[in-house]
Write a protein that binds this ligand. Sequence first.
Ligand SMILES: C[S@@+](CC[C@H](N)C(=O)[O-])C[C@H]1O[C@@H](n2cnc3c(N)ncnc32)[C@H](O)[C@@H]1O
Ligand SMILES: [Zn+2]
Length: 320
Amino acid sequence: MFICPKCHNSITLPVCSCGYSVPNFNGIWQLSDAPDTVKTGDGDLYIGYEEIGEAYSGNRKYIIEEADSLTAGEIAELCGKGVFLDLACGDGCLTLPCAKSGIKIIAGDISNKMLEILKERADHLNISLDNVTLCRINALNIPLADESVDTVVANSVLHLISNPQKVLDEIRRVLKTGGAFVCLDDAPGGQDDEAEDNFLYFEIVNNLYNKYWELLGRKGIYPKKYSWRFDREAACGKLFASRETRVIRHWGRYETKLSDGFLPRFLCRGFSDQTDVPKEAHEAVTELLMKDFRGRYGEDFDSLAYIGRYSDILITVYRK
Ligand SMILES: C[S@@+](CC[C@H](N)C(=O)[O-])C[C@H]1O[C@@H](n2cnc3c(N)ncnc32)[C@H](O)[C@@H]1O
Ligand SMILES: [Zn+2]
């Protein structure tokens, strides 16, 4: 079902009939030699997470979040005995709970670092990857044969790519007829019977973020954003034969301290729009800001928690 990166004919890993042997680094098939990130040039641009790495996972590195387990249950049911492609799988927040249910998975990402984190998480959580093929792939040119997989998820990646339409075309190409492209969104408000007062939390986060970009802007450094306004619904409406939605209830409250969620990711340049910020400029600006914010909001301002209720999970299933 894979495509040889050299002759572009179908290949059974690891050796192609053309003689090419696909490299395998630490259990990760190298099915693309595209760069980790492309930010300039006339071609398609994208932000891979090779540099972001650990800063993306933060505290969830060694847990599986309840929302991901719930979502994985739906994916496993939809996929049945078929093959699930977790495209741009990152640290495996969906691959891992899906692997627990035993379905066949292709987990692909442009970043070897993220795939390595996925493996570390699996080790730590004692999850077998026997049914998972890990591969370095480019979502803009998926190295899979036409009509070869049953279910695809490409969560939280279209906004990182300048040509998200091309990724959707690729997803449709590799899906079998009748196969499902599954999109995940929050369905907020469904159970919000009691509004929480997170005013101060948002004041701090918004101020920090705005001030950060204001100071960097004076040095000519701006946030990197590609397709944040892409209309997925409209594009998928044209590509797929049908669309159906379901909501998974996700009950409960949670609290996340600034020091456990937003702050470490922000301070480690873990947000994709920070990828153009040079280390020195980032450190100089954040040092200044942290000093200023400690003065304004107190030495332990980072122990302030966001208090919320989980959003329900909206699952949209497009069928080819
Ligand atoms: C925000 S993370 C999302 C990870 C995971 N899907 C999730 O829901 O947590 C985006 C991922 O997309 C990957 N990515 C970015 N551009 C890509 C491309 N052209 N092909 C494959 N993966 C890509 C990044 O390396 C990163 O792991
Ligand atoms: Zn070949």
